[in-house]
Design a protein around this ligand. Structure first.
Ligand code: ME8
Length: 650
């Protein structure tokens, strides 16, 4: 139990120029899972996230949107906070770089760097990538002379600027990267040494005069702070460094973990430690660098246009399934490729079949054979020792993997024990034991061992799936004390006569074919494809035609009207409840003039299944019903009564 230990973990602060997607979600959910795990261990945790709101890019976007930069960032910072709440990210502090206390502290940081001789004025001549807000040297550009990160055009920039003496820290940084385990995984540190330190570390330009949206330098007000110095400082200003808003530096600095993706590793592994050295502050303990979530091999990003919207996935599959999927799929340090197929199969195999089934089978057997409460008698038997050994070894193994930020491996370890428990059911065959009254004590032991294994596994999974695991624990009758951290390495904690409580299915099994069809219809295809399609569509548009591919994007299906009523506030609208062969849906249609609600019940109709849901007079409409114009009246397009509900129309 780490009662007096503190733990400080940070995500990057996100640019508010893009709608959050599951790439952003990965880092934040990973940090959330670690933060929750550390709280469970008994640490006092500070989990920081936020938004990075200054810079030329944002100034431009705001201008395009016809609002002030502040109005622009206010709206988008809210979107991130809404997403984090939705996916149960339980951060302790949220920083915005436009917060007054942060801006003042950044000015003081610049002043200190100047006073200590680490800043000097010169002229910047170089290549600047506006979208990445990064300066590059000639040798760092890609093979086409473009930005090595986003591969877009860079432009020549010359302006008076302040420089930070990064080169002065070359030796110390090399030592940090080669002699310590600051950067994880280790091979990433080698990459930094070879790419940046060996060729000779250059000083960094840390002020701009060509735009105004940022922190003004206190000693030269026409200069705006470089976004990266501004942004990196957040990790200390949010604890109260050089400001009165907070006073947590002593308790939480140095950070235990900064987690970032590989694109921003160099800022965190070179500029940030050098800044801290210049400020005489201790260095963070670990920089954990993960790969990208790709979509068909390309980094998922709003500017590429291949993003997967977390709200869409969460609504459909539950937030915990999405959290589990992205954490389980991302191998430590490498990229992971998002695919609808892998996600649906992963949810089915790990969550519905293995975990969900283990819980529901075990609880159902305790209810069936013992009316929900186990008797006190016990009889140990074959296979018990192996299961128990695996279960008690799990917590220390998972703890060290979480400490190493190897979350996918931690989940694999837990799911191995879940699988072992399922195998134990097959080995011990409780349904056969139940037939023999003499085997009652053995049956009770088997079920108790299963409940104990579930207790340990689901408690360890709680930081990863905080919505559903408490429900699983409730079903097996585990109290809060039963899952205190020190009890997760002990077998035999639940009361001997534990009472279980049957509950809802934790993770319903998904129909692979229809879910993939659904996901393909809602997830944005790649931009190149979109552009090509758009050009083709534009030509066809001119001729008043559409391509077959475009038509195929419209998903038409059959359904049967099972209920219908008028929409209260409207004379035109009827609200129809449909049996669509799936979960059912509601559609609002403007046909009240031609149909009475009771006339529609039982009719089989055709509807558009992949329209964006909309609210009409306050009622949700999930699609559109097809109808035909017949002179002055309108008739619904109906289908033969033999056609099953939910059939595809093509
Ligand atoms: O870089 N896969 O902000 P940002 C995995 N403001 N992670 C991804 C991802 C993907 N496809 N896309 C984004 C910035 N991320 C700066 C940071 S910190 C002082 C300043 C995650 O909005 C990943 O963690 O571009 C990456 O490092 C971060 O989003 C960058 O977000």
């Amino acid at each position: 139990m780490k009662e007096n230990k503190t733990f400080y973990i940070t995500t990057p602060i996100y640019y508010p120029s893009a709608a959050p997607h599951i790439g952003h979600l990965y880092t934040t959910v990973a940090c959330d899972a670690i933060a929750r795990f550390k709280r469970m261990e008994g640490c006092k945790v500070m989990f920081l996230t936020g938004t990075d709101e200054h810079g030329q890019k944002i100034q431009q976007k705001a201008k395009e949107a016809g609002v002030t930069p502040k109005q622009y960032v206010d709206e988008i910072a809210g979107k991130f906070q809404k997403l984090w709440k939705y996916v149960n990210v339980d951060y302790d502090r949220f920083i915005r770089t436009t917060d007054d206390y942060h801006e003042t502290a950044v000015q003081k940081i610049y002043q200190t760097l100047l006073n200590k001789g680490y800043l000097y004025k010169s002229e910047y001549k170089g290549k600047y990538c506006t979208p990445c807000e990064s300066f590059w040297t000639e040798s760092q550009l890609d093979e086409n002379g473009k930005c090595p990160e986003c591969h877009r055009e860079v432009k020549e920039a010359t302006e008076e600027a302040y420089f930070f003496k990064l080169s002065a820290f070359s030796e110390k940084l090399e030592k940090l990267l080669t002699e310590t385990d600051f950067v994880q995984p280790e091979w990433r540190a080698k990459e930094l040494v070879n790419n940046f330190i060996k060729p000779g570390l250059e000083d960094v330009c840390v002020s701009r005069t060509s735009f105004t949206w940022g922190v003004k330098l206190p000693f030269d007000e026409k200069h705006i702070a470089y976004v990266w110095i501004d942004a990196l400082s957040n990790y200390i200003t949010a604890l109260g460094y050089e400001n009165d808003k907070y006073d947590d530096m002593k308790e939480f600095w140095p950070a235990d973990v900064h987690m970032v993706a590989k694109d921003i590793m160099r800022f965190h592994a070179l500029i940030w430690p050098a800044m801290l050295m210049a400020l005489d502050l201790p260095l963070p303990k670990k920089l954990s660098v993960h790969g990208y979530i790709n979509f068909n091999g390309v980094k998922m990003s709003k500017s590429i246009g291949n993003v997967v919207d977390p709200f869409v996935l969460g609504e459909r599959y539950g937030v915990d399934s999405i959290r589990y999927h992205i954490l389980r799929e991302m191998p430590f340090g490498s990229d992971s490729d998002y695919s609808n197929e892998i996600m649906i199969n992963r949810i089915n195999s790990d969550l519905a079949n293995d975990l969900g089934n283990l819980v529901s089978r075990t609880v159902a057997m305790v209810v069936k054979y013992f009316d929900g409460t186990l008797p006190a008698e016990r009889e140990e038997g074959e296979f018990d020792a192996d299961l128990k050994k695996m279960a008690v070894r799990l917590t220390p193994a998972v703890t060290s993997l979480v400490d190493e930020t190897k979350l996918s491996s931690a989940l694999t370890e837990i799911m191995n024990v879940v699988s072992r428990a399922n195998k134990y059911i097959d080995e011990t065959a409780p349904w056969i034991l139940a037939k023999d009254p003499a085997k009652r004590a053995r049956l009770a032991s088997v079920l108790y061992n299963l409940l104990e294994t579930i207790r340990i596994c689901t408690a360890l999974l709680t930081p990863f799936m905080p919505a559903m695991m408490p429900k699983a624990l409730e079903q097996i009758g585990a109290s809060k004390e039963d899952i205190s951290f020190e009890k997760l390495s002990v077998f035999g904690v639940l009361p001997a006569c534990v009472t279980v409580k049957k509950g809802d299915v934790l993770f319903p099994r998904l129909d692979v074919v229809s879910e993939i069809e659904y996901l393909n219809s809602v997830i944005a295809p790649q931009k190149e494809e979109q552009n090509a399609e758009r050009a083709e569509d534009e030509d066809l548009d001119k001729a008043g035609l559409i391509s077959i591919d475009r038509f195929a994007q419209v998903k038409l299906r059959t359904a049967q009207v099972v209920a219908c009523e008028k929409v209260a506030k409207s004379v035109k609208l009827l609200k129809l409840r449909l049996d669509d062969g799936r979960n059912g849906r509601q559609i609002v249609s403007g046909i009240a003039k031609w149909y009475k609600p009771e006339d529609l019940i039982g009719k089989k109709i055709v509807f558009v299944a992949n329209l964006t849901p909309a609210k009409l007079c306050g009622e949700l409409s999930e699609g559109m019903i097809l109808s035909c114009d017949c002179g002055d009246s309108v008739k619904l397009l109906t289908v033969d009564s033999e056609v099953p509900n939910g059939s595809t129309v093509r």
